[in-house]
Design a protein around this ligand. Structure first.
Ligand SMILES: C[S@@+](CC[C@H](N)C(=O)[O-])C[C@H]1O[C@@H](n2cnc3c(N)ncnc32)[C@H](O)[C@@H]1O
Length: 279
């Protein structure tokens, strides 16, 4: 049995638990400068792989995402990380096994097995992409480069980091409804597509320009509450509009195009915030 961190200060988990499109792993050194343990709570409404959360290991936090299966993974991991790790390493990492697990209907599985399937597919699929078809079924092919699993100790570390976290499966406004004075809020929304395109899409509604308007109103509300926020956003018209109202930094980042490691490009990214610029 591994020692759990209950009652002790949480140690940061340096590696993200999941692979996630749009992960801000590379921005952690920059983003960490905005955080300090004196904030009352850490709140992250677009959690994804929550790499900043795991890096700073706050004592109290609220994490949310509208991907319900992702939030289920965090719940199951928190409850019994060693069991999840044991089951995961017991599944063969080869093509046939991958397609057998992908073919399982998540609705027919219990919450624990659904989470296991999610983590297994996430580490063995092409580039760690999360994509579903119009019926909501995960449809990413088997990957050529398989991601290394975190160790049993790291699973336990992630579970410890989640021990006193409130998890919200829902829209970012549901998570932000928890914000009170003195909180630190990190927001990493998806890149917005124009509303015109949204109406032509099928399946789950992607993040759109009207969502950016809701986000902008939430930033005003957080500020009025006396809480602190940091937004990271790829350079686009909407980001520039947000940046004009608050403190901001624009900088160049190296990106992989569509996750292909040999196709790199450099693009601008914004950090937008309502506290003083850290030194
Ligand atoms: C850019 S990713 C966040 C990545 C994260 N910062 C990381 O490092 O892994 C954006 C996340 O927002 C979630 N999302 C999209 N629309 C949302 C909404 N309306 N409310 C809450 N979460 C949403 C997506 O499921 C995705 O996990």
């Amino acid at each position: 049995m591994l020692l759990r961190a209950e009652g002790r200060e949480k140690r940061p988990v340096r590696r993200a638990f999941l692979r996630w499109a749009g992960s801000k792993k590379k921005l952690i050194p920059r983003l960490e400068q905005f955080w300090n343990q004196n904030y009352s709570r850490y709140v992250e409404p677009f959690a994804g792989s929550a790499c900043l959360f795991f890096a700073v290991a706050p004592t109290k936090a609220v994490l949310g995402d509208n991907n319900r299966e992702l939030i289920n993974v965090y719940r199951v991991l928190r409850k019994d990380p060693e069991r999840m790790h044991r089951r995961l390493i017991g599944i063969p990492r080869e093509r046939d096994s991958y397609y057998r697990w992908r073919a399982k209907d998540p609705k027919a599985l219990d919450a624990e097995t659904r989470a296991l399937r999610f983590v297994y597919l996430n580490h063995n699929c092409f580039n760690g992409i999360y994509r579903t078809n119009v019926d909501g079924n995960f449809n990413v092919p088997f990957g050529s480069k398989l991601a290394t699993y975190l160790s049993r100790q790291e699973f336990v570390g992630c579970s410890d980091a989640l021990s006193s976290v409130k998890l919200v499966a829902g829209d970012f406004e549901d998570t932000l409804a928890n914000v009170t004075k003195g909180d630190f809020v990190y927001l990493d929304p998806p890149y917005a597509v124009t509303s015109r395109r949204v109406f032509r899409e099928y399946g789950k509604k992607p993040f759109a320009t009207d969502d950016v308007e809701r986000l902008s109103a939430e930033l005003q509300r957080i500020h009025k509450l006396g809480a602190h926020f940091v937004v990271s956003y790829a350079d686009c018209k909407e980001a520039r509009v947000l940046a004009a109202n608050w403190n901001s930094q624009k900088f160049l980042v190296q990106r992989h195009i569509a996750g292909f490691s040999d196709h790199r490009t450099r693009s601008f990214e914004w950090i937008i915030y309502n506290m003083p610029t850290p030194h």
